[in-house]
Design a protein. Structure first.
Length: 351
């Protein structure tokens, strides 16, 4: 088959799991990983696949249209799996424009290149856009997001992802581009940058530092182990119906304060600390502006049509995650030096 696939954002958290899976599972595909290597991109995430003959890393910015066109012209990709994005809600509150540039303009640049270089045979190609459940806004105490839920984004991050989703659909409806989209709930697992809730809490508990919980910790997220997301992406890329959307979720709703308490108990065990020790680190801090109350996904379309289901319950996945962080000290200290320290001081007033 010898397919050439472009994965964008492959040096990030989810992208690195997707790249690893594709490189190992499809030796007859060539996987090109295009990544700008922002603060969130880290080639150490892909150490185990970097010397494989069917893998190539390309450093570049999806905002640079000339560069993207030249790359498509050189490699004539058969398909694209697009994950590159600015992905942290808190950063989108301090710098919205960066999110418009990468998430909206960057996505449109990729769509334009696909439209131009695939024009002769759209049916032989596929553009897969990876998106988030945050585009649907916030749920009350009941109900689930389905593929029909009206878009209602609240943060600059979710507004930029919603906009990119609309562009992807528009290129399908207007130009016939062969697209598929998925909207997934919160991921967790190895290689998660320690600015997001769970890796940040693991890092702080390990170092006996305060664990910041926004507001009263009442917000609810639906957690999915990252490798389950990578499995879903592989499946949807290969068998998803063109022009449609699939919701992906863990069916694992947790209040922030409850998941942090569970993590504290687990860390006490793993670090041989007296029970209750780590919970004392929990510190309630100023709430996030525009903080969505609850996300929860109905993934029955993906389960019924394509046969996917999450493989791990949160308790199991969290233990695997904690074990990974505790045995990958070097990775953690490398990503928490330098720029991360600066961000941390600003976001949490040096707490
Ligand atoms: P991440 O922030 O860990 O990684 C993003 C990657 O994109 C990084 O490697 C970064 O260097 C790269 N990148 C950023 N700007 C770029 C640019 N202009 N050009 C090229 N590369 C650039 O993000 P993640 O958590 O792995 O998320 C990946 C995708 O999945 C995103 O599109 C995100 O919206 C979506 N998503 C994430 C979650 C989650 O819980 N993390 C859930 C649902 C959907
Ligand atoms: O220090 C913190 N304290 C805290 O209480 C941080 C960083 C977060 N939180 C809260 C905010 C959220 O309710 O924890 C919850 C999870 O926060 P994040 O890890 O920042 O994730 P979230 O905002 O839910 O967004 C994530 O899931 C959807 C990803 O970052 C997005 O890219 C994805 O689209």
């Amino acid at each position: 088959m010898n397919k050439k696939l472009l994965v964008t954002g492959g040096a990030g958290f989810i992208g690195s799991h997707v790249v690893r899976r594709l490189v190992n599972k499809y030796p007859d595909y060539h996987i090109f990983n295009l990544d700008k290597l922002t603060y969130a991109g880290n080639l150490a995430n892909l150490k185990d696949v970097e010397s494989k003959p069917n893998y190539t890393f390309v450093k570049g910015d999806i905002v640079d249209a000339d560069f993207i066109n030249a790359l498509f012209s050189e490699h004539r990709f058969d398909g694209v799996i697009h994950l590159a994005a600015e992905s942290h809600v808190d950063r989108s509150i301090t710098n919205p424009l960066e999110f418009v540039m990468t998430n909206v303009i960057g996505t449109v640049n990729l769509l334009n290149a696909a439209k131009k270089y695939w024009a002769e045979a759209y049916s032989e190609h596929r553009f897969y856009h990876v998106s988030t459940d945050e585009v649907y806004g916030s749920l009350g105490e009941i109900g689930l997001f389905t593929e029909e839920t009206k878009y209602d984004p609240h943060s600059p991050y979710s507004a930029s992802k919603a906009s990119s989703d609309h562009f992807v659909r528009a290129y399908h409806d207007t130009f016939g581009l062969p697209v598929v989209i998925s909207n997934c709930s919160n991921n967790y697992g190895p290689f998660h940058f320690p600015e997001k809730l769970l890796p940040l809490a693991i890092h702080n508990i390990k170092n006996n530092k305060p664990v910041p919980v926004y507001g009263k910790g009442e917000n609810i997220r639906d957690w999915l182990f990252v490798e389950d997301h990578a499995v879903a992406i592989d499946l949807i890329f290969h068998t998803g119906k063109l022009g449609t959307t699939y919701n992906i979720g863990g069916n694992n709703e947790w209040k922030n304060i409850d998941i942090i308490r569970l993590l504290c108990q687990l860390m006490d065990k793993k670090l041989n600390r007296p029970a209750g020790n780590s919970e004392k680190l929990i510190t309630f801090v100023k709430d996030r502006a525009g903080h969505d109350l609850r996300y929860a996904i109905d993934s029955s379309k993906l389960q019924n049509e394509l046969g996917w289901k999450p493989s791990l319950r949160l308790e199991e996945g969290l233990e695997r995650t904690v074990d990974w962080y505790l045995s990958n000290d070097q990775w953690l200290s490398n990503v928490t030096s330098g720029a991360y320290q600066q961000y941390y001081e600003t976001q949490y007033d040096g707490r």
